[in-house]
Design a binder for this molecule. Sequence first.
Ligand code: ADP
Ligand code: MG
Length: 233
Amino acid sequence: MNTALNLASVTLEYPDGDGTLKALDDVNVKLARGEFLSLVGPSGSGKSSLLAVAATLVRPTAGLVVIGGIDAGGLSEAERTSLRRDQIGIIFQQPNLLPSLTALEQLVIRDHLRGKPARAATRRAAELLDLVGLDPAAGKRPHQLSGGQRQRVNIARALMGDPAVLLVDEPTAALDHDRSEAIVRLLRHVTEEFGVATVMVTHDTGFVPLTDTVASMRDGRISALRPVSPSLA
Ligand code: ADP
Ligand code: MG
C-alpha cells in the first residue's frame, strides 16, 4: 500500500485542572493515496484534534505522524511548515478566503507565496476552478459567490500545492443538503482524480456511503474503522 498518511499510536493530551484530558488516545489510521475516509463521532470526541495532528499543526504527546513517508515528529517547525505546504491540503468549515481577491487570485496568490512563476500558477488555478465547476474568467469575489461556490474555491485552493493528503473538517456545516451532497461528491472526485488521501470529518452520516472507509470516534479513541459497502455508494 502506498501510504500517504500514517498515524500510529497517537495520543494527544491537554492539561485539564489537576489532571490531563486525552483528546486522542492511541489512535491508528493508515490511508493510501486515492482513499477517502470519513470520520464521525459526537462533539468533543477528538475529530478536529485528529485533523490538527495529521496537519502537523499540533504535535502529539506520543505516537508517530508520517506524511508521504516523512516522519513529521523528527522535523523542526520550519520543516513542518514546508511539509504542510508541499504535502497537505486543509479545508475547514468556513472557507477562509480573502475578501478583495477574485476566485482565480485566491488560488494564484497561494503559489505566488511559494515563489512559483505566475503564468504557470494562473494556468493551474484556472484548470482547478474549472474542475470544481466554477468559471475561472468570471472574476467573482467571495461576497458574490454562494456558500457552496466559496467552498469549491476553498477545495480548488487546497489542491494548488498538489498535496498527498487532504484534511477536511465539516465542509458542509454551512450548506443545505443538496449543496452539501454536491461538495462531498466533488471531494470524492478529486480524491480519485488526484490520488490524494482524504480525511473528512462529517456530522452527517448520510454522506458516509460516498466514502471508502469510516472511522467512528468516541472519547479520543477510534472505536471502529471499517470499509463502506460499495453497494451503498
Ligand atoms: P471534536 O472535533 O470531535 O468535536 P475536538 O478534537 O475539538 O473534538 O476536542 C476533543 C477534546 O479535546 C474535547 O474535550 C475538547 O474540549 C478538547 N480540546 C480540544 N482542543 C483543546 C485545546 N486547545 N485545549 C484544551 N482542550 C482542548
Ligand atoms: Mg470538531
